[in-house]
Design a binder for this molecule. Structure first.
Ligand SMILES: *Cc1c(COP(=O)(O)O)cnc(C)c1O
Length: 407
């Protein structure tokens, strides 16, 4: 019997379609200078202007004049690509300058840039685990897929502690032979929950049980701390976290990932991480843009203040309307719908009737039954945008039976 490959793939796709978690991408054309507006290209070929409410470009840095100028200059100076891997002709002065700027951001000895935050987590955690014999990696239950894959790739023992639960973390640490190396891997701001980890308490435990700390600050860098160093900076713990990982793809408005830490750790990752070594390095234009963004946010607080004001106003309006959003301390506002098809329907209505784009977040990104709209009020939204969105959501929740049921 001949194997019917097509049928296998189609069956699997039908399965996720029936569960309501088939991903449909919205095609957007961002307009530099006009974010959060963008042109939406509908499947039927029609176009319209929409307002984005789910972007990670939290501070609008993706269109900041300094960032664009840096990208233009680097493109004109050095051309389109880096020309090689980091080891073979692909380390440019833009890489070195950006890494210096990042080490300074976190007050660490060294920094290393990767193609993305995903690759940074995957590469760094797998190497750190592999290089420490008989290591145990303690991982928060809601850690991002990139950390989970890095830990898996290290092939070391993994223990999962309940989300942000330091007592559970301590129970697990206690149970491990004190002679075994340990890494605690966690995030500062949890992207889908909008809550913030007890960074100090986790560092205290790391000291007590002699563990390394690995902190994903992807949703913290640029946004928290006096110079945008992240939550660890904001709570005075920068020097207590061994490895900080971040991205240029979110608040910095560009793309690429990085780690910072002691020279020995960063040099080990540089020397052993396959996903760092065997790939073409990022192009000068992207690196120059990222550096301009990082440097700007070290000294400018206006963008953070504007975003915070919008988030505060938005949360207060949702609270007044009694809408079921998750009450985290961060800038992210997850509004729970609790059912995948309904979640998609709300998103479709927002797009069709209100020209508002919010992607539905379904399993496996979040647990089943907690499907949600992950809303982000950015520095680029106006007060009118914020109030309009709050009005629209209030109307929708009042007029839709299914939504009232979960509220
Ligand atoms: C987005 C994200 C990443 C990956 O960063 P990219 O630069 O987009 O690859 C890592 N960790 C968390 C928590 C994220 O949300």
């Amino acid at each position: 019997m001949a194997i019917n490959y097509t049928e296998h793939f189609e069956t699997r796709l039908r399965g996720i379609k029936e569960e309501g978690r088939y991903r449909v991408f919205a095609t957007l054309e961002r307009i530099a200078g006009r974010f959060p507006r963008a042109i939406y290209h509908a499947p039927d070929g029609s176009k319209k202007e929409v307002t984005i409410w789910c972007s990670n470009d939290y501070l609008g840095m993706g269109q900041h004049p300094k960032v664009l100028q840096a990208a233009h200059e680097a493109l004109d100076n050095s051309g389109a690509g880096a020309g090689g891997t980091r080891n073979i002709s692909g380390t440019t002065r833009y890489h070195v300058e950006l890494e210096d700027s990042l080490a300074d951001l976190h007050q660490k000895e060294s920094a290393l840039v990767f193609s993305s935050g995903y690759v940074a987590n995957e590469g760094a955690l797998s190497v750190l685990g592999k290089l420490l014999p008989d290591c145990v990696i303690l991982s928060d239950s809601l850690n991002h897929a990139s950390m989970i894959h890095g830990i898996k790739d290290s092939k070391q023992e993994k223990m999962i502690y309940r989300h942000n639960d330091v007592e559970h973390l301590e129970d697990l640490l206690k149970s491990i032979d004190s002679k075994r190396p340990k890494i605690i891997a966690f995030e500062s701001v949890y992207s889908m929950e909008g809550d913030i980890a007890p960074v100090k308490e986790i560092c205290d435990l790391a000291d007590k049980y002699n563990a390394l700390t690995y902190l994903d600050e992807v949703h913290g860098v640029g946004l928290y701390g006096q110079r945008g160093g992240g939550v660890a900076e904001e709570c005075g713990q920068l020097d207590r976290v061994d490895v900080i990982e971040g991205t240029f793809g979110k608040a910095y408005g560009c793309m690429g990932g990085f780690i910072t830490g002691d020279e020995s750790i960063v040099d080990a990752v540089r020397s052993f991480a396959a996903s760092f070594i065997f790939t073409t390095s990022l192009p000068p234009s992207v690196l120059a843009a990222a550096k301009a963004s990082v440097e700007h946010l070290k000294v400018s607080d206006i963008e953070r203040q504007k975003m915070r004001k919008n988030v505060k106003q938005f949360k207060s309006r949702l609270t007044d309307s009694g809408l079921p959003f998750m009450q985290g301390e961060s800038h992210i506002v997850p509004l729970v719908v609790g059912e995948p098809n309904c979640c998609r329907e709300v998103s479709d209505i927002l797009m069709r009737d209100y020209d508002i784009y919010v992607q539905p977040i379904n399993y496996p990104t979040v647990p089943k039954g907690t499907e949600r709209l992950r809303l982000t009020a950015s520095a680029a939204h106006s007060v009118e945008d914020v109030n309009h969105m709050a009005d629209v959501l209030q109307d929708l929740w009042q007029s839709h039976h299914a939504l009232r049921a979960v509220a």
